[in-house]
Design a protein around this ligand. Sequence first.
Ligand SMILES: O=C(O)CCC(=O)C(=O)O
Ligand SMILES: [Fe+2]
Length: 390
Amino acid sequence: MSRSNFDFERMLNPIEPTTLLEKYWEKSPLLVARNHPDYYSELISLKNIDSILRLYGPKSSDVDLIKENSFFSAGGEVDFNQIYQAYSLGYSLVMRKIHERWQPLSVLHKNLEAFLNHPVGINLYMTSKNSQGFKAHFDTHDVFILQVEGSKQWKIYDSPITLPVISDLKYTDKFINQLKSPTAEYCLNKGDLLYIPRGYIHEVYTDNSFSVHLTVGIHSLKWFDLINSAVTKLAQKEVRFRESLPVGFLRQEEAEESLKNQFQELLKLLAEQSEVEEAVEDIAQGFLGKMSPLVDEQFYQLENLEYLNLDTIVKKREGLYRIIEKIGKIGIQFGSKTVMESLRSERAIRFILEAEEFPIKALPGLADNGKLTLVRRLIQEGILKTVEEG
Ligand SMILES: O=C(O)CCC(=O)C(=O)O
Ligand SMILES: [Fe+2]
């Protein structure tokens, strides 16, 4: 596998993905101190930040300036002319969904979603020295912190709720008021990584250095999401799930017993009749349908289609792919897009899903013309792209 872009494995290195998943995932924080300041420099560096800011437009709800929990433009969007002034007053700059604007982060983002099969969001935090953006808090998504410039101090406390959900955020103040001493204190230096499972309270600040880090948030799909999908799908077929609760069900004591009985019956029906494949499909469509757009070179690809020949080398764009099988057809789903082909292309499609990069002539099962037609179509759909030599 080419090392020219970041994926889950390279982001974690030298920790193996399996070690992270078996020992730390949803369980406990992990610091990877690398002593390799430039480890993440290909992803983004200090000099890139101004030009990326411009890609957000003059005002954006994805950009904020925060100092000890107060927003610089309370109630409004940040005026970009004020950003440098606010920063020098100690406000942290937060740039959300930066992967939608910056190609190396878009590639990391798509590689992570392809590996994890969970929605990912990447935000950037920049803080001047001796400052604090957010006060102590916990998040309801797991985070990987990638320190890209300077350093930041992290105090980590216990997790007051195991694997909290968004509605648990209302308890934040209560937990912060009862805070005991931290269980770990780390100085994250340039090139280091920190994993924090959702729920662990953390408090973050700079001392004598400024800091830029990326927060890679994993907004994982949960078992209750899958079960919700299963119920919703079954309700489309089974009218009993669509009937109203009995009129007056809150006040009639006698209704209580029959409510309980009917609830149990419906749960039994759910267990017997719901199809896990259907529920998974429902959840997959919701997730894939929201995949972020291509950020590089599609116009270049379109305008060079006529130069394709059998020796041209192509590869899949980074991201999550699924094979779609329907009667008499086979297809590829990439994001919200599904490209269906006749079964004549089955071997070629399966080959493409497995392959890294390949010359067009290597496609199995099709005549030369068919190979070129298929590749042209997949380039137009933003699935394949050409690999430039050299
Ligand atoms: O750096 C900060 O101010 C807060 C960062 C944080 O809490 C996070 O990335 O989850
Ligand atoms: Fe946080």
